[in-house]
Design a protein around this ligand. Sequence first.
Ligand SMILES: O=C(O)CCC(=O)C(=O)O
Ligand SMILES: [Fe+2]
Length: 375
Amino acid sequence: MDKSRAHGNDQSSTAGASCGHVEDYEAAILAANAEYDVKKAFVQSLARDSYGFVIFRDVISEEDCRATRNEIWSYLESKVPGFRRDDPETWRVLSETNTGRYYDAYGLPPDPVIVTRQLVRNRQNCNVIRAFKNILGDGILVSQDRWCLYRATQRGGVPTRNNLHLDLHPWRYLDGNTQIEDLRYEEGHDHEFSLEIPRSRAEDGPHIQGVLNLLDNLEEDGGTQLVPGFHNAFMEWKLELGKESEWLFKPGQHSNWLHPGNGGASFKFHEQDPIQALAHRIPLKQGSLLLWDQRCVHGSRPNCSSRVRMAQFIRAFRRAPLSKDRAVARACAIFRKLKAAQLLDEVSGSGMEVFGFHDLPDAMDMMQTGLSCLD
Ligand SMILES: O=C(O)CCC(=O)C(=O)O
Ligand SMILES: [Fe+2]
């Protein structure tokens, strides 16, 4: 395996030429890694060294980025009447859809799982998988998620919400009581793929989240922000929280709150919390993959430029902790979705692995015939 591509000099160069911070982080991460075996070094650099995030450069090609962006535009043009990619005047119609508040707040489309050709290719891309394996080891499954579009506010776009949060339930993450093993991914329950994040349990870790960046993303274009090193403070912070019942949302209250969600939760930091001053925007080059430790407080900042932001959310996790029942149900659901999208022929050897198809009985036959136990 060519680890130098994901590690060596790629990392030392800038990701987002406009941001000195990122250069510093990358240089420091490289320096830390240089002393160690690359695989172990990376686990250590996320777990122990100070930053809690890494950027892998040139993970997907310019052509892949362009194809992914095309799919995003095509999705919007086909689903949102009046939307035209080359006419920013029409982009406001996103706000007028039933789910316009999600486009406005987070740049998110309504479908929690999007299965289109290039998104699938990115999920099984060898460099993407290599990056995740550097941290998680072999035997991983990749998430089935969506993308985001931040409209250019200087061209009339609605700014997304500034936000900082943790995508986990601080108490249940630690005690393991998140009901993650109840997920069965039945037809019409795509949101269960999203629940994999807030239901994660420390015992199954390490846990990482990620953003695959599809267009050069400068500081002012809006996008991911992170509190570097928070993963190291997580345990102490959690202990100081005290009881879960004290953190439920109360209208009008200017404090942080636990946003419960069906077994898991996210923990939201209020706009007035001093932690806001510790967050750094992470500009990224097109084709870069940003990964962060799930215990790192993160979120996003709004666009204030004339350029759009486009990114694909992607995450991977260890296969080992999944029960056989859940693993099979999950793989069947992905198979079903690929088949419905007529994309089974896209699945590579890596895809077979990271989509969990090795857990399906007769997976190879099913790929050839397009038949499955679900037909
Ligand atoms: O927009 C972003 O990059 C941050 C999104 C986020 O909070 C997440 O992926 O969990
Ligand atoms: Fe998040």
